[in-house]
Each structure stands twice: as C-alpha cells, then as structure tokens.
Design a protein around this ligand. Structure first.
Ligand code: SF4
Ligand code: SF4
Length: 75
C-alpha cells in the first residue's frame, strides 16, 4: 500500500496538504513540533493512493511518498 511520511521537524502546520489531498486522508495531529506547530499526519493509510499531490503542495518539503516498492518517490 502507498503511504506518506511527514517530517515533524519540517512541518509548519499550514494544512495545504490537507486541502489538496484528493482522498482526504491527512489531518492535523495533536503533536507539537519543536517550533511550536501542530503537525500533519496520515490517518487513513488504506485510503492513500500515493498520488504525491500532498508532497508537491507542501511548501516545506516535509512529505515523502512511498509506493509499492517502498522507495521514496521524488516530489
Ligand atoms: S499521496 Fe495523494 S492520497 Fe496520499 S496523502 Fe498524499 S495527496 Fe493524499
Ligand atoms: S503542507 Fe507541509 S507544512 Fe503544511 S501542514 Fe502539510 S506537511 Fe505540514
């Protein structure tokens, strides 16, 4: 199954990934990063298609996308 990973240290909680995810499988977590931002997280791994839109939209390059072969897909 495709999935994404969000780097907590890079996320600034702007929610662009949430806005643009066509499957609506990202949400804000209740975790604060060291900069004081709540960070985004994938909450429905079953629903992620690995399309990569979230990673392309993230202004802080905080999202990595993984597909079937478990390799990271360049944004
Ligand atoms: S890769 Fe696509 S489906 Fe998966 S979380 Fe990102 S935007 Fe949503
Ligand atoms: S677009 Fe990037 S910086 Fe903004 S909430 Fe999503 S992961 Fe965090």
């Amino acid at each position: 199954m495709p999935f994404i990973k969000v780097r907590d240290d890079l996320c600034k909680g702007c929610k662009l990934c949430i806005t643009f995810c066509p499957k609506q499988v990202i949400r804000m977590s209740d975790r604060l990063n060291p900069k004081g931002y709540y960070v985004a997280e994938l909450f429905d791994k079953e629903g992620c298609t690995g399309c990569g839109i979230c990673a392309r939209m993230c202004p802080d390059v905080a999202i990595s996308v993984y597909r079937e072969d478990k390799k990271e897909v360049p944004a």
